[in-house]
Structures are given as C-alpha cells and as structure tokens.
Design a protein. Structure first.
Lengths: 110, 157
C-alpha cells in the first residue's frame, strides 16, 4: 500500500453562505482486520486501523468520528456542516500506528 | 569466563528490565485513557460496557438510519444517519453492527448545535441488525435498528 494515507475531499462546487454543506472524504487505508489462527482464535496484536477522524472548519471541530475495525477498508465518510464564512475545512485521519493523514480544502462562498 | 558470564547475565537482566518498563509504560498510559471503543465481544457486552444499564428507548421519530436492505458486498456497506429534533442536544451517535466480531463500529461526535448528518461504510460479517444509538446530553439513549442482509461476508473485523 504505497498510497496509504492519501486523502480526498469532495465538496459541492458552489456554496452559499448559510448552506448546510455535505462533504465526502476518503482516505486510502488498509483498516487491518482481525486475524484468526488455525483454531479460530483471534490473534492479539496491534492492528493498524483508522480510529479517529476529526473535521475542523474555521479552527473549530465540526464533527469527529471514533472508529473501529468494523469500518471498511479505504473508508469514506460523509458529514454536513453549516458554511458561514469562507475558510479552510480540514479533515484529519489518525490511525493506531500513529499515522496522521490530513488534507484541507478552501471553502469559498458564492 | 565466570566474570564474562556474570556480565552477560547482568546485561541480560538490564535488557529484561528495560523491556518490562517499556512494555509497562504504554499499558499505564492506556489505563488512564478512556477504554478502547471497539473490542472483540458479543454485542450485548459491548452495549453494556458503553452504556451500562441504561435503557435504550425507541428513537424512530428522531433518528433516520439509512442502510441498504441487501448488501451485496459485506466489505463495504454504506450507512448513513441523520438525527432530527431531540429533547436535548445530541452528544454522540453510535453505529453498531450486531453480528460483527467488533460490534461497535463508530462513534460520531457532532459540534454542539451543529447539523447531524453523517455516513460511512461499514464491514458487515453476516446478516443482522445495524443500529444507530444517539446519546443525548441528559443521558437519554435513543436507538433505531434495521436489518441488513449480507450476500457476501465482509469477513471482518
């Protein structure tokens, strides 16, 4: 997974002040599954998966997700926020291996 | 020779000691941090661990949970949740997949007063209920559940 941690964010092309904007964000991440040994017992080890996603807009957190291994590989997240002022929307993904992958988009109001 | 042996024993003990400290410290830090959200456990345990003995009331009037009726690929099942007017503000929304080895899939924390519309894709190991449980600021729990039929297991997590 050379591309691990690549983040993509999609926002609507036009946003007006006061709109509740739906955003879609994804990260390329393997979200390691639980492994089982030959007896079917779960192998206890440190699995690498995204366990926290934080979305900030104008410096304030608008939504946070705490996630577990029950979330798909290359997870997509959708969320909504109220666009009040032009500014930066940042989505940061944190995984259990200590990695942080973030990307931001400039929110411009039409 | 004996001297050399003694040294190596001492070194070995020092290494073991250092390893024990190294292994011990993250555990100590983990004890202070809130318990992990997900663990391999049956769903009843998971709900009890997270919510204690609080009753989950029917939240069909406030929560809209959107899941497919049939998920052809259990590895990627889009789920979205929207919470409307509730008697007190929403603190968290939990997404729970009853039949998964790790039943608690996600906890969504909205900004106070912000809109709560969120979605993500889950892995579903087998056919079973998916629940959304909203925890309100006053401690009330509202839940809804929908069954998802899984054609190919997400074999998972």
């Amino acid at each position: 997974m050379a591309d691990i941690g690549r983040v993509r964010i999609r926002v609507p092309s036009t946003i007006r002040a006061g709109d509740v904007v739906r955003v879609r964000a994804m990260v390329l991440h393997p979200m390691e599954r639980l492994e089982r040994d030959a007896q079917g017992k779960i192998v206890a080890r440190a699995y690498n998966y995204v366990n926290r996603v934080v979305v900030t807009y104008l410096g304030k957190t608008v939504v946070a997700f705490d996630t577990t291994q029950s979330v798909s590989e290359n997870p997509h997240f959708t969320f909504a926020f109220k666009a009040t002022d032009p500014g930066r929307l940042t989505v940061a993904f944190h995984d259990t291996a200590g990695g942080t992958y973030e990307e931001s988009v400039e929110i411009k109001l039409a | 020779m004996t001297h050399g042996e003694g040294m190596s024993r001492r070194q070995a003990l020092a290494i073991l000691g250092a390893a024990a400290v190294a292994a011990g410290s993250p555990r100590a830090a983990g004890a202070q941090a809130p318990p992990a959200l997900g663990a391999p456990e049956p769903v009843a345990h998971a709900l009890k661990r997270v919510f204690g003995n609080r009753q989950i009331r029917d939240g069909a009037s406030a929560i809209k949970l959107d899941v497919p009726l049939i998920a052809e690929n259990g590895a990627m099942v889009p789920v979205s949740v929207e919470v409307g007017a509730t008697p007190s503000p929403v603190k968290h929304v939990y997404l729970v997949a009853d039949r998964n080895p790790v039943p608690i899939a996600a906890r969504i924390t909205p900004a106070p007063g912000g809109p709560l519309q969120a979605g993500l894709n889950l892995r579903l190991a087998e056919t079973g209920d998916v629940r959304a449980i909203a925890e309100l600021a006053d401690g009330t729990l509202l839940g809804v559940k929908r069954e998802v039929r899984v054609t190919v297991s997400g074999c998972a997590a």
